[in-house]
Design a protein around this ligand. Structure first.
Ligand SMILES: [Zn+2]
Length: 114
């Protein structure tokens, strides 16, 4: 597996995220939380992601995910699964240089219907 070398960060720079592979599309979710965050998600395995800094977690109701944000600037940086066996997480590509993601296809995830 390649090293996580593509780097993004929250606005103030306290949280940095490095990913091992660039996305080929970004996902937009219409669930009650994601539609507020407005994130463009890129799904990876936890082994493909390196996060530094002290992000603050938020768990939505009965949701199985923790959404992480910077306590200083408020940017939502990524989410992780609460179940340690669930080998999937996502980073918010809006924390990365727009050149990496802005022209990619956007997939709609119908999280509101789950
Ligand atoms: Zn920040």
């Amino acid at each position: 597996m390649s090293e996580p070398t593509i780097e993004g960060s929250c606005h103030c720079g306290a949280i940095t995220i490095r990913i091992a592979r660039a996305p080929t599309s970004v996902s937009e979710c219409n669930c009650s939380l994601c539609r507020r965050i407005g994130g463009f998600w890129h799904y990876l395995t936890p082994a493909e992601v390196a996060v530094t800094g002290e992000a603050k977690g938020y768990v939505q109701g009965d949701c199985m995910l923790t959404n992480w944000h910077c306590p200083t600037c408020g940017c939502t940086t990524h989410w992780t699964a609460i179940d340690p066996d669930y080998d999937r997480m996502a980073v918010n590509m809006r924390m990365f240089a727009p050149e990496i993601w802005e022209t990619l296809p956007r997939e709609l995830v119908d999280g509101a219907s789950f």
